[in-house]
Design a protein around this ligand. Structure first.
Ligand code: UD1
Length: 384
């Protein structure tokens, strides 16, 4: 385990935890806001190492201007039990050494829950950013992480108003809940001007950017949920539908390592026509932002992309039965299509004919959510 610095500021330190790819774009603006608004709170960055490949971690750190983690727990991959337990086992001595005033966790990955559990049992306060989101699907590992983290964390920062209703239903006291907006959109807004062009990204991977000139443009695909990619029949059916979409609209598919290894393991590579579907490795933040912002549509099972497409005004077809981010459907550009071939093809046809959802940007998705969090943390952590 690498440790690079130690704590010790007047008001104590705030230990900010990241573990997996979707955490990085949420934590980057929080660290910046803490440095500018609350310098009395010394921020320490802990990376659990849940994601470790350069494409899943290092490149995003660079793109987002995240500092090198002060501490890296280097837990790596494993079953849910092993991964969660490893994070807990390795995080405990870090808390003992640094005794932070507070731990800040983001999102819903295994590292979020693991670090929350360790901290609260040591009577160290925990703030959870992106609290209260619920898919109501307990088959999703993230749903378990969300419900449990919110039950025990002390301060809950929410991205949309429906989150407070979910928390109230679960018996969480309203005084713990603060509607601050969406830190992921802070990152999007501050990086949009630096996004890489889709043409540059394709060229960098040796792909012909001519597909971008298709009369309908192009679509972006990401898939990584276990429910979509861990079963051979399901993944094969989804790739079949994507091939049908690709016959009308060229697709750029940024492949998560879980999905890539399952395509190989199940022998499904032949379902992919490289002339119509460009397969790329996991993308950096600025590459992905460029690809998505110029796309005609996005097909995904990601949580973050549902929000980013809503902020960008790009139609998003979510290949899931439920979403924990209902505001992207009610106000944004998102449509839940599940795995149903007919609905997917119908929605794609609608978008290509100019009948895609337009939507609007939700309340407080204004680029200042992290600032609101830093102001609140400063006041909350004042010595009494
Ligand atoms: C995790 C999160 C999920 C999030 C996703 C974003 C949980 C329960 N899941 O899922 O909410 O949407 O991250 O990517 O925390 N692997 C690599 N390199 C890496 C990391 C992983 O090759 O740097 C491979 C390994 O084979 C690993 C598999 O990907 O077993 C899955 O990684 P894991 O962290 O277990 O879950 P994700 O599917 O990435």
């Amino acid at each position: 385990m690498k440790q690079q610095s130690s704590a010790g500021a007047a008001m104590g330190s705030v230990m900010c935890v990241v573990g997996a790819r979707p955490n990085f774009m949420k934590m980057a603006p929080i660290l910046r806001a803490l440095a500018s608004t609350a310098p009395a709170l010394q921020a320490l960055l802990v990376h659990t190492g849940q994601h470790y490949d350069p494409g899943m971690s290092g490149r995003l750190f660079e793109d987002l201007g995240l500092p090198r983690p002060d501490i890296n727990l280097e837990v790596g991959s494993g079953s849910h039990a092993v991964q969660t337990a490893e994070v807990m086992r390795k995080f405990e001595p870090v808390l003992d050494t640094h005794r932070p005033a507070c731990v800040v966790v983001v999102g819903d990955v295994n590292s979020t829950l693991a670090c929350t559990l360790v901290a609260v049992k040591k009577n160290i306060r925990v703030a959870h950013v992106e609290a209260g989101l619920r898919s109501f699907d307990r088959m999703m590992p993230e749903e378990i992480n969300r419900v449990l983290t919110d039950q025990v964390a002390d301060r809950l920062y929410t991205t949309e108003r429906s989150a407070a209703e979910n928390l109230q239903r679960e018996g969480v006291a309203a005084e713990r809940v603060f509607f601050v907006g969406n830190v992921m959109i802070d990152s999007l807004m501050s990086n949009r001007a630096h996004a890489h062009s889709a043409a540059d990204t394709l060229k960098a991977y040796g792909s012909d950017p001519a597909i971008l000139k298709h009369r309908y443009g192009y679509g972006v695909v990401t898939l990584h949920r276990p429910s979509n990619v861990d079963d051979a029949e399901t993944l094969s059916a989804l790739l079949g539908v994507l091939a049908e979409v690709a016959s009308q609209l060229p697709l750029i598919f940024a492949l998560h390592p879980r999905t890539r290894s399952n395509i190989d393991r199940f022998g499904l590579a032949q379902l992919i026509d490289p002339a119509r579907m460009v397969m790329l490795p996991p993308q950096g933040y600025l590459e992905m932002l460029g690809l998505v912002s110029q796309a005609t549509l996005v097909l995904t099972d990601s949580g973050g992309l549902q929000e980013e497409t809503t902020a960008l005004g790009v139609p998003c077809l979510t290949l899931r039965e439920s979403t924990e981010r209902p505001i992207t459907i009610e106000q944004g550009t998102n449509t839940l299509v599940g795995k149903d071939r007919a609905s997917i093809l119908q929605c794609v046809a609608d978008i290509l004919q100019g009948r895609g959802k337009r939507g609007r940007v939700p309340e407080l998705w204004d680029g200042h959510a992290a600032q609101r969090i830093a102001v609140d943390l400063l006041q909350w952590l004042q010595p009494r």
